[in-house]
Design a protein around this ligand. Structure first.
Ligand SMILES: NC(=O)c1ccc[n+]([C@@H]2O[C@H](COP(=O)([O-])OP(=O)(O)OC[C@H]3O[C@@H](n4cnc5c(N)ncnc54)[C@H](O)[C@@H]3O)[C@@H](O)[C@H]2O)c1
Length: 286
């Protein structure tokens, strides 16, 4: 069945561009998670997948039910723990029947954000944990995968990032530092893994989206309207993110690597739209 896109003017056809590919997806917590949207789309496009999240997340979230309904295996893993990662990579290859063709890293958490500690008053233990979970975890996954030769030649790794890595965004806190580090890891490991095994590593800089992690940030609700109004194509939703991930996992993007790709309707490159200008003008006139 074709799927109607977020702007209701287009449909995306079901296709088989991931037929025969084996994927590992980190970070689906519940039905709102970006990773769950990506997982569903990968399956629709013909991939076999394994899902993973922390043991705590598997207890708190709805992933076990979702995975059971979809007939997909889950292997628990704390993505900050190198032993867990090695175990996961072994298990995933056994379950999938061979080496992994694509990986989605959709992992982030900030205790400073969750506990409403402002940036100038961060707790440094929380700060280090934010960096470990939200950035270094990608390094650890790639280091283990490289060492175990777990990702196939020509494979593709995608992580999810946010524009606050490069611009100040009020209230985004230590997650901005984590995202900057994450994008640097994408470039460095992309060069190393590309040279060694032809594996691509990219980041998608996604529009603000209404998920559990997205709503951790206090300002998300009022920000989403501003973002949508300032994006010439409108903000990208979770299904848009899933479609771009599938494209990056496919062989059609075999020479794309070490990039931060904006999936944001043009937001990152727009100062002011005509619509917002009219609204400001009306406010001043009235
Ligand atoms: N929602 C947005 O507005 C938005 C925008 C741009 C980028 N992103 C990024 O997308 C990714 C997914 O976020 P989301 O919005 O789908 O929210 P989400 O809360 O559904 O996903 C975050 C996931 O990280 C997992 N996680 C936390 N600690 C972990 C650990 N130690 N090991 C393994 N997994 C762990 C959580 O269990 C959860 O499943 C994050 O990197 C987030 O920063 C989100």
């Amino acid at each position: 069945m074709p799927r109607i896109c977020s702007d209701h003017t287009m449909t995306v056809q079901k296709c088989n561009i991931l037929q025969g590919k084996k994927g590992l997806i980190f970070g689906a917590l519940d039905e709102r998670s970006l990773a769950w949207h990506v997982a569903k789309r990968c399956m629709e496009c013909g991939a076999d997948i394994v899902l993973t999240n922390t043991p705590q997340a598997l207890q708190l979230g709805t992933l076990p039910n979702l995975a059971q309904q979809a007939g997909v295996p889950i292997v628990p893993c704390d993505a900050t723990d190198i032993n867990d990662i090695r175990h996961l990579l072994t298990q995933a290859q056994t379950l999938l029947g061979g080496s992994i063709d694509f990986v989605l890293h959709s992992v982030a958490q900030s205790l400073n954000l969750r506990r409403h500690r402002t940036y100038e008053k961060v707790n440094y233990d929380y700060f280090l944990k934010t960096l470990d979970i939200s950035a270094l975890s990608l390094h650890k996954i790639l280091q283990a995968a490289l060492d175990m030769n777990a990702i196939s030649q020509g494979g593709s790794v995608v992580t999810l990032t946010y524009l606050a890595s490069e611009r100040y965004l009020y209230g985004y806190n230590d997650m901005a530092d984590a995202k900057a580090m994450l994008e640097s890891i994408v470039r460095q490991m992309g060069a190393i893994y590309g040279t060694a095994h032809g594996v691509r590593v990219n980041a998608i800089s996604q529009s603000a989206t209404n998920t559990k992690a997205g709503t951790q940030w206090d300002e998300q609700a009022c920000f989403s309207r501003y973002v949508n109004d300032l994006s010439p194509l409108g903000a990208a939703d979770a299904d848009d993110c899933a479609d771009l991930c599938v494209t990056l996992f496919s062989d059609f993007t075999r020479k794309v690597t070490m990039q931060t790709i904006y999936n944001d309707g043009g937001f990152a490159h727009t100062m002011l739209t005509g619509q917002l200008m009219s609204e400001f003008r009306n406010t001043i006139d009235n």
